[in-house]
Design a protein around this ligand. Sequence first.
Ligand SMILES: [Zn+2]
Length: 276
Amino acid sequence: MIPSSAMLLVAAGVLGLIVGSFLNVVAHRLPRDRSIVRPASSCPSCGHRIGALENIPLLSYLALRGRCRGCGATIPPGYPLTELTSAILTALTVWVVGASWTLVPALVFTWMLMVLTRIDLELQLLPDRLTLPLGGLGLLYAGGAAYLPMPPVAPTAAGAPASPLAALLGAALGYGLLFLAGWGYERATGREGMGGGDLKLLGALGAWVGPVAVLLALFLAALMGSLIGGLLILLRGGDRHLAIPFGPFLAAGGWALFLWKDTIIRWYFGLSGSLG
Ligand SMILES: [Zn+2]
């Protein structure tokens, strides 16, 4: 690796930390219907206004040893974890997509999925105010790449846009498929299995990755969900009704397909070819 690309990755990591700190604010305020711009952040326990020096991503958390300077209340570890994850995923996205105009939509996609994941883990909720714009942006990305004078992108490139038709099909298939799965599950068990937010998220992912990849995203999400869900049930002792939000798995699956679509599709069909 040449030094300048190492510098670029460090810069991307720092950008990720700063964005991560903003993602925390969005993830906290958006589902509670509060403005994401005002007022300045304050401690939820004592109202202590968080000054600029206490608001440096990651470093402030370490310097304050995870406690509010006003009242000593514990700062939830989700805050520094979001910042750290954002730094890693931002650097990874820059690394994988490289110097291309598609890096901008790729980063927006990554960050929106992070906010959705964070909100779903905390509140078991995927707000329409995020899933619907995410789907809209996916269609816009596909349309922009096709109809605006953008430099062409190889369809196999990391983070390449779907064709407009594939984006529409992907969105419809993503939404429709989970709708059918949820309907079947409800018919079979009489219980509601999947939230409406999951359908909108998978539909939105379909707009970004197209119909074939959205199927694989769902497959990966189900695979990860059963592995991790099974592990949690083992650890917590046999509670089958443990509710684990599915959104984070969908987000992870969709993100992986967006960046490594070609590799995953070839891997999957190679695998099913060798088994069949
Ligand atoms: Zn406080």
